[in-house]
Write a protein that binds this ligand. Structure first.
Ligand code: SAM
Length: 199
């Protein structure tokens, strides 16, 4: 069986368009079978976007790890139009959609990279944002959290959204181990928004 987190997918296409609104800005996203949350923007992703917009004024660079069809990276790129936004995913279908959605939403400051976790990521970023692939397993999720330190600039921040029942407490401990700090900056409907600072 193919899952949304696999590298390639043989599942039949069923491309659909959905509308999304954030702080009066309108977005239109193409989605497909075998990508995460294909009928609506995931609650956790929406919470992550809202929290980052509330907490961050003017980041210069953002990496969206496990971008799927692109709702987090594209929305943040629209609001932080001076930032360079990089969106990566292991799933080719998701990356193709994210690429098309960047164009569809007339975003000029975002790019996509096919990457297994940070495998093809070269630079360092002021922000790393992730709604991590829980279904890919704890090892992958923790590699995303631990590896973020190498890809954050000095004073950069990682934001990760995880449900309490899907390991938010363990993820918080992991981030504390790596960064020496981790705050829960928002909690809603069982979702925790974790933030660590790369001091
Ligand atoms: C929970 S989904 C979030 C998708 C998207 N950010 C959103 O908000 O809809 C996690 C994403 O991580 C991707 N993923 C799974 N394993 C990965 C890996 N090893 N490296 C990079 N991305 C991965 C999946 O393909 C999926 O798109």
């Amino acid at each position: 069986m193919e899952h949304y987190f696999t590298e390639n997918t043989e599942v039949e296409h069923n491309i659909k368009e959905m509308q999304f609104e954030m702080n009066d800005e309108k977005f239109s996203f193409l989605t497909d079978n075998a990508v995460f949350s294909k009928t609506r923007v995931d609650f956790g992703s929406e919470l992550l976007i809202k929290t980052v917009l509330r907490e961050e004024t003017k980041p210069d660079s953002i990496l969206d790890v496990g971008c799927g069809y692109g709702p987090i990276g594209i929305t943040l790129a629209r609001f932080y139009f001076d930032a360079i936004v990089c969106m990566c995913d292991i799933n080719n279908r998701a990356i193709d959609l994210a690429h098309d959605n960047i164009k569809k939403n007339n975003i000029k400051n975002a790019e996509t990279i096919n990457s297994n976790i940070y495998g093809n990521i070269k630079g360092k970023y002021e922000l790393i944002v992730t709604n991590p692939p829980i279904r890919a397993g704890k090892k992958v999720v923790h590699e995303i959290l631990v590896g973020s330190k190498e890809h954050l600039k000095r004073d950069g921040r990682i934001y990760a959204v995880i449900q309490k029942k899907q390991g938010a407490e363990t993820a918080k401990k992991k981030l504390e181990e790596v960064f020496g700090n981790c705050e829960v900056v928002e909690k809603k409907a069982g979702f925790w928004m974790l933030r660590s600072y790369n001091g």
